[in-house]
Design a protein around this ligand. Structure first.
Ligand SMILES: Nc1ncnc2c1ncn2[C@@H]1O[C@H](COP(=O)(O)OP(=O)(O)OP(=O)(O)O)[C@@H](O)[C@H]1O
Length: 253
C-alpha cells in the first residue's frame, strides 16, 4: 500500500486581485520527505508555499481556488481553525526574524500564544526545540539574553526552534539560508536533513546546489505553473521538459 500524502494540491489557482500567480498546480508532498521548490524569480514559489499555511489570507486581494489538503482535510474549508493550522504548519522565512525578546521567550512564544501555562513543560519544550534546531549548546548559558545578540545563522536556527516548539507536522522554509554565510548555510542544510525524520519539509530555494543537496523531490515552477516534479536526482539529471533543462543548465533565470 502506498503512504497517504501529507500535503496535496489539486488544481490550485491563485490570484492577487486580477493577476493570476498560480495556474492549476497539482503537487503532492510525501511525509518525512524534503521537497524543494525551484524556479526563476516571480514564478510563484513563495505564493504556493504561503498557500499551505494560509499566510496569503493576510493579503486582502488574495484569492485561492482549487483544493489544498493536509492529511486529506481541505485546509480552506470553513471549519478549519487557521491558528491551529499554522501551529501544525510551521514557517521559517528568508531573513531571520526573532522577536526583541530573550532567546527563551522567542522559543516559548508559540506555546504562550496557545495558552500553555505549565512552566516545567514550557522549559522542557524550549530546551528540546533548541536541541532539535542544533542551537542548544551554543546558547544554554544565555537563554535569558536578548535573541538580537545572536549571529544571523544562530538567529535563523532560533527561528527554526521557535517553529518546532509547538510541534508542527509540516515545516515550510522560504529561502532559509539565503541571508547566511556558507558556514551557517551548511548548518541549516545539515539540520534540514535531520529534521526530515520528524517533519515533512517544503523549502523554496534559489540555489540549485542546495536543492540537490537537501531534497528528495524537486518541483520546478515557471510563470505560475508547475512544469515538472520528480525525484531530485532525476530532475537534475534527466529532466523531462525542455524548460526545466534550460533552467537547470543556467540558460535562464
Ligand atoms: N502581495 C502581493 N501582491 C500582488 N502581487 C504579488 C504579491 N506577492 C507576490 N506577487 C506577485 O506574484 C507573482 C509570484 O510571486 P512570488 O513571490 O510567489 O514568486 P517567487 O517565485 O517566490 O519569487 P522570488 O524567487 O523572487 O521570491 C509575482 O509576479 C509577484 O510580483
Amino acid at each position: 500500500m502506498t503512504e497517504p500524502m501529507k500535503v496535496s494540491s489539486k488544481n490550485l489557482d491563485f490570484f492577487y486581485g486580477p493577476s493570476q500567480a498560480l495556474y492549476d498546480v497539482n503537487l503532492d508532498f510525501e511525509q518525512n520527505k524534503v521537497t524543494a521548490l525551484i524556479g526563476p524569480s516571480g514564478c510563484g514559489k513563495s505564493t504556493f508555499l504561503r498557500c499551505i499555511n494560509r499566510m496569503n489570507d493576510l493579503i486582502p486581494i488574495a484569492r485561492v481556488q482549487g483544493d489544498l489538503r493536509i492529511d486529506d482535510v481541505d485546509i480552506y474549508s470553513p471549519e478549519v481553525d487557521v491558528v491551529d493550522l499554522r501551529s501544525r504548519v510551521g514557517m521559517v522565512f528568508q531573513k531571520p526574524n526573532p522577536f526583541p525578546k530573550t532567546i527563551f521567550e522567542n522559543v516559548a512564544y508559540g506555546l504562550r500564544v496557545k495558552g500553555v501555562r505549565n512552566k516545567a513543560y514550557i522549559a522542557s519544550q524550549v530546551e528540546k526545540s533548541l536541541e532539535s534546531a542544533a542551537l542548544f549548546d551554543e546558547v544554554k548559558d544565555r537563554l535569558h539574553d536578548s535573541a538580537l545578540g545572536l549571529s544571523g545563522g544562530q538567529q535563523q536556527r532560533l527561528c527554526i526552534a521557535r517553529a518546532l516548539a509547538v510541534e508542527p507536522e509540516v515545516l515550510l522554509m522560504d529561502e532559509p539560508a539565503s541571508a547566511l554565510d556558507p558556514v551557517a548555510t551548511q548548518k541549516i542544510e545539515e539540520l534540514i536533513l535531520q529534521l526530515k525524520t520528524t517533519y515533512t519539509i517544503i523549502i523554496v530555494t534559489h540555489n540549485m546546489q542546495q536543492a540537490a543537496r537537501v531534497s528528495d523531490v524537486t518541483a520546478f515552477f515557471f510563470m505560475g505553473k508547475l512544469i515538472e516534479a520528480d525525484a531530485t536526482e532525476t530532475l537534475f539529471t534527466k529532466p523531462r521538459k525542455q524548460q526545466t533543462s534550460d533552467y537547470i543548465t543556467g540558460r535562464f533565470g
